[in-house]
Design a protein around this ligand. Structure first.
Ligand SMILES: NC(=[NH2+])NCCC[C@H](N)C(=O)O
Ligand SMILES: [Mn+2]
Ligand SMILES: [Mn+2]
Length: 346
């Protein structure tokens, strides 16, 4: 593959420095257990692989953040009723506060030129991780925008009005694009998100979609957002889909490119490979297709940050031995290693 142009190479984080944020947060949805994912991923040896096999210098405070200081007192974070909404927003203050704190942590790493890995947690945390990366990229690179590659069975672009569940893990992209602003019912909620944190909808690419709500389809269409569903993966194959995806964000061979934030929801993978997740949907990516997406993004040289979210070891459905949870954790570790450069021969 052609080497990235010299202009674009300036965007890149230091090749061998990785900032890690472990986010044990589950308030963006209702199923307990997703907060245990960062510890499970770490215990399975992910950080050893990152340091010893992939030879990154790791910057990590050693804490799996539960953000206790940022959580409102029990019983005070009431569901927020939004005019015209189908369901109230669940845990709005907790999600807003935690993502704000995470944004600062990710920004801290990214502004020092480190590649940032955020281990969730449910997908609401991407509000913080993407916002922090976008801000650092703008500061470091002369106000440059950033591309967002969102690999998921779901579009996660509901507004508080369109969401049928009220779960904020189904809304992060609408907040990150500014399609949704802080709700007038309580402007403090996500009031911290400013233009410097936001993503241009034309710089988003989805891969793996297969469970998109009807109002979300309209939002994607109205904003002209590029999305590759499982139908596209079947039709073109993952190789061609990745070519088209990178072409859309100008990160293909010989193109000028821009920094990429990869947000990987493990439910993009088929439940055969990754059953332990809160909202599994049949007909997903094989592990090789998931790994391939990560390898191709790595190969561009433009990766600046990655999230791995929605691993929920408590939801294995196969008893105490929990083979499903182990497999899901293994799959998650594989995705991360591929995004960090494993599997390529040279
Ligand atoms: N990050 C996820 N797993 N999101 C699932 C979202 C499901 C549904 N579209 C909702 O808004 O509630
Ligand atoms: Mn999902
Ligand atoms: Mn998601």
């Amino acid at each position: 593959m052609t080497a990235p142009s010299t202009i674009a190479t300036k965007f890149l984080p230091a090749k061998d420095q990785l900032g890690l944020v472990a986010v044990g947060f589950s308030g963006g949805q209702c199923k307990p257990g997703v907060d245990a994912a960062p510890s499970a991923l770490i215990e399975s040896g992910l950080l050893t692989d990152i340091q010893e096999t992939l030879e990154y210098t790791l910057y990590h405070d050693g804490i799996v953040h539960g953000y206790a200081d940022h959580l409102p007192p029990p019983g005070t974070d009431l569901p927020l009723h939004i005019a015209g909404a189908k369901a109230p927003m669940i845990n709005p203050i907790a999600v807003s506060n935690v993502t704000h704190a995470l944004c600062d942590q990710v920004y801290e790493h990214a502004s020092k030129g480190r590649l940032v890995l955020t281990l969730g947690g449910d997908h609401s945390i991407a509000i913080g991780s993407v916002a922090g990366t976008a801000k650092a990229v703008r500061e470091r690179h002369n106000n440059s925008e950033m591309a967002l590659v969102w690999v998921d069975a779901h579009a996660d672009i509901n507004t508080p009005e369109s969401s049928g569940s009220g779960n904020i893990h189904g809304m992060p992209v609408s907040f990150l694009t500014g399609i949704t602003k802080a709700p007038k019912e309580n402007p403090n909620i996500f009031g911290w998100i400013k233009d410097e944190h936001r993503i241009n909808p034309s710089k988003i690419v989805y891969i793996g979609l297969r469970d998109v709500d009807i109002p979300e389809k309209k939002i994607l269409k109205d904003h002209g957002i590029r999305a590759f569903s499982m139908h596209d993966v079947d039709r073109y194959g993952i190789g061609k889909v990745m070519d088209m995806a990178l072409d859309h964000i100008n990160c293909g061979p010989g193109q000028e490119g821009m920094p990429i934030h990869l947000s990987f929801d493990v439910d993009a993978l088929d439940p055969y490979v990754a059953p332990s997740t809160g909202t599994p949907v049949r007909g997903g990516l094989t592990l090789r297709e998931g790994d391939f997406i990560c390898e191709v993004i790595h190969e561009t040289g433009y990766l600046v940050a990655m999230d791995l979210v929605e691993v929920n070891p408590a939801l294995s459905g196969d008893g105490p031995e929990s083979i499903g949870a182990k497999e899901t954790i293994r799959a998650g570790c594989s995705l991360v290693r591929c995004a960090l450069g494993e599997c390529l021969l040279g």
